[in-house]
Design a binder for this molecule. Sequence first.
Ligand SMILES: [Zn+2]
Length: 392
Amino acid sequence: MALLNLLILFIVPLISGSIDSFDNNFVQPSIAEQQMFKNLLEEFLKLDIDREDLSSILSTFEKPRIVTFPCDTEDVNNLVVNVVETRHAGFTVPEDHAGGVIVGGTYSWQCKITTSSKGIITMDCDNTLKLNPDVINPNEKKDPRSQEVDNLVIIYHELLHGQLMLNAISSSQEWRNDVCNKTPSDKIDYSYSDKQHIIIDPIQEEFARQLVSKKGGVFFLEEISPTETQNGEFTKKITSRFEHIQLANLGIKVTYRGINTNELTVTFPQDDITISGNLKDKTKSGRVWLYAFPETATKTSNLIQIPSWIKNNAAWWSEGKITDSDFLNGIEFLIQKGILKIQGVENNSQSSQEIPTWIRNNAQWWSSGLISDEDFLSGIKYLIEVGIISYP
Ligand SMILES: [Zn+2]
């Protein structure tokens, strides 16, 4: 009986190949980890993005997936029974993981191989998927759009390590022939799970590209070949912001990570996006993922401090408990304090019109927090500037 074990890792921010590791001890995930996994999976499943069919691997979280197939008469075995279950396990740092490398998640194939006297070879796989909470919910917050993209890529990546192997079990004649001729001491071929990321890399890159674009940004994948470097060091223009309408007007937030790279930095000389760093292994190409998102207009930058009595006034006024002029006293206060800036209007003395009813509604919504300070004030500002209401 042999216990075969294969761990596949997603490394953030440095992806350095995959790591094999023995990992026989199931660790119960904490409540927080369970919640994290549940939320991420839910979010992943509701994405409206083209992706590989993951229904087989997803079903293994619910119940064992059993596939049996007969062997040829000349084969060592008569029948193969493959049973696969996947459990979400608590995250543990893989024992042999290289120093400084951060692992985003793992999908681990752990199959017990047994044979019976009747020539039945059974592969009983008790697999685990792990997600690193320090990567999924880091203390150091990055742009939430980049974080979401990274997290969704991690779960997709790990599920693919499971799904691709299941695809081979279901339909690769070559793999099936191989297993039909194994004894329990032989190693099963798990290369279909793609621990070298030959299939997964382009799939997850296309997925990331679509995700980033859906969230209003642009995804760049830059390959840096050793010939473009000077003894491993490189500086490379990725793009000009003016080539992308999403990036042309506002500030840009950039998140990046590299494979086979060190000391990556991004700079913005003259509206270009430039990446520099050096290759870890100078004989091999490096790859850099870069997401650029337009800066969101931050409302917090011009934070408005409105005294609470003015909000109370607005509530009472909307209910008819205080007069228009009581309410307008509050507005005048805001103007005096420079919180509400009125332009181009001298104090309009001929206040004749009634205050429109919708302003009362606005005042009520504002006082109960349904609309923002800015929304409310911009309404008032408009009415003063066009002379519909005047302040005393
Ligand atoms: Zn991987």
